[in-house]
Design a protein around this ligand. Structure first.
Ligand code: 9WN
Length: 441
């Protein structure tokens, strides 16, 4: 077991090892580029001891912003080495793609405002306002894009077009949708004829991480095929929606957006900047629309299909994210907290598993299908703190710090025995454990 001081030192070493100068890679082994929500979590950790680097991390993200306002989920490392990755995306076929940076063609959870505020909180007032002034135009453009492009019916709920945009790639509700509607014939044929072993030989991710800890080959092919279809439509939202492809109002994403909007309003207020009426109206709608994702029968929140408005009733950690949104009633929050306390749902030895233990999808080292991740713990702890669940915050903080102290800075962990899984030296684990320890003092 390491002491808290040791953990912070180890975490800083991980973040140094993954430092690329303008940004931090999530992991040297698996993810050699800059990822959107990773960088936001990373900046939150960095802000405790190197605020300048935290700001640089965020500015590098903003450099990848599309002309229409989208912040892309990946910004590719410049140079020839990873040319293959950029070529898979070919996002330059969309006229909105930035001119001097290569990026993916989709987005990821809107953690940007949270990172901006966490950086601001550690600066003296004058520097904080200078920082806010530097980033506010990009932040407004980003939130406007989320509504103008991803909320075409003005419902207040933003839709996603690829499971990767949820950040919880192969989480059960998305995978159930993928299996029932979206798997092309060639993927079904490969799976049916048990030819997945051929594909496995070409998988890069399973060279450093056991295949059982990554998305299954069927899932990986499914994710890839959706990406190919989006590429064929040049990442154009109208063409994408017209062709009846994936469109899901994702619960986690919209909960994070609710919180991000609150931060955006606060940043604008501190600069005496008035947000335009349309944006303010959409922000208000999102807070109200969360209620439409509540199912009174099962007493849970779910994601929803954009077209049919059917709730995707597969329990997952997303069901707890309204705690982070922070806008639900205390009674509702208590219902969610009950499932956190339940050892057979979200409360095993090393919480919080990404699916409840009684889910048919649960596997202790399952990628977003059971394993405990530090970013989802961080989000839920942050929400519980704001909602006043002091004892739960204390217990979850302690359990998370104990887990890292015992098992190291891995990507995710078994919620049953705490064993590490996925990549080692994972950046957001390192960054967020620094934040949790500092907030716990
Ligand atoms: C695809 C970088 C990212 C995280 C995601 C996580 C995983 C990528 C992948 O890694 O996704 O975006 O290749 O599997 O699911 O949350 O941002 O760490």
């Amino acid at each position: 077991m390491n002491s808290e001081i040791d953990i912070i030192d180890i975490a800083k070493t991980v973040l140094e090892g993954n430092n690329e100068g303008a940004y931090t890679v999530p992991s040297r082994k698996l993810y050699p580029h800059q990822w959107l929500w990773d960088s936001c979590f990373i900046a939150i950790g960095l802000s405790h001891y190197d605020n300048e680097r935290a700001q640089i991390e965020i500015l590098s993200l903003i450099k990848g912003q599309w002309h229409n306002g989208m912040i892309p989920h990946i910004i590719f490392k410049p140079g020839e080495k990873h040319k293959g990755d950029k070529d898979i995306w070919r996002s330059w076929t969309n006229p909105n793609a930035p001119d001097d940076v290569d990026t993916s063609g989709i987005t990821q959870p809107p953690m940007l405002a949270e990172a901006i505020v966490k950086i601001g909180e550690k600066l003296p007032i004058g520097e904080k306002l200078t920082w806010y002034r530097k980033v506010l135009p990009a932040l407004i453009k980003y939130h406007q894009w989320l509504y103008s492009e991803r909320d075409p019916h003005n419902e207040g709920l933003v839709l996603l077009i690829h499971p990767w945009e949820s950040g919880l790639d192969n989480t059960p509700p998305w995978m159930a949708e993928l299996r029932s509607h979206q798997l092309p014939i060639w993927v079904r044929a490969v799976v049916k004829t048990k030819l997945t072993w051929i594909i496995e030989r070409f998988r890069r991710d399973t060279r450093s991480v056991p295949v059982a800890e990554r998305p299954s080959t069927e899932e990986a092919l499914g994710l890839y095929s959706v990406q190919r279809r989006l590429r064929r439509k040049n990442y154009d939202i109208d063409k994408t929606l017209r062709h009846g492809m994936f469109a899901i109002e994702d619960l986690t994403f919209n909960c994070l957006l609710i919180r991000a909007n609150q931060h955006l309003k606060e940043i604008a207020r501190s600069l005496k900047h008035e947000l335009n009426d349309e944006l303010v109206e959409s922000i208000g709608k999102t807070e109200l629309a969360l209620e439409q994702l509540w199912d009174p029968m099962t007493k849970q929140y779910y994601s929803r299909d954009f077209i049919t408005h059917e709730l995707l009733k597969e329990p997952s950690i997303a069901g707890l994210m309204p705690l982070y949104a922070g806008t639900i009633s205390k009674d509702r929050a208590k219902i969610l907290v009950k499932s956190l306390e339940n050892k057979h749902l979200f409360g095993p030895n090393y919480p919080i598993p990404t699916t409840p233990l009684n889910s048919a999808w649960f596997y202790e080292k399952g990628y977003w299908q059971g394993a405990t991740w530090i970013n989802t713990n961080w989000l839920i702890i942050d929400g519980l703190r704001r909602l006043g669940f002091k004892t739960h915050v204390g217990a979850l903080n302690e359990a998370t710090i104990e887990l890292i102290s015992k098992s190291g800075m891995n990507e995710y962990f078994s919620p049953i025995n705490g064993e590490p899984a996925g990549s080692d030296n994972f950046s957001w684990t390192a960054a967020l454990i620094i934040d949790l320890i500092e907030n716990n003092k």
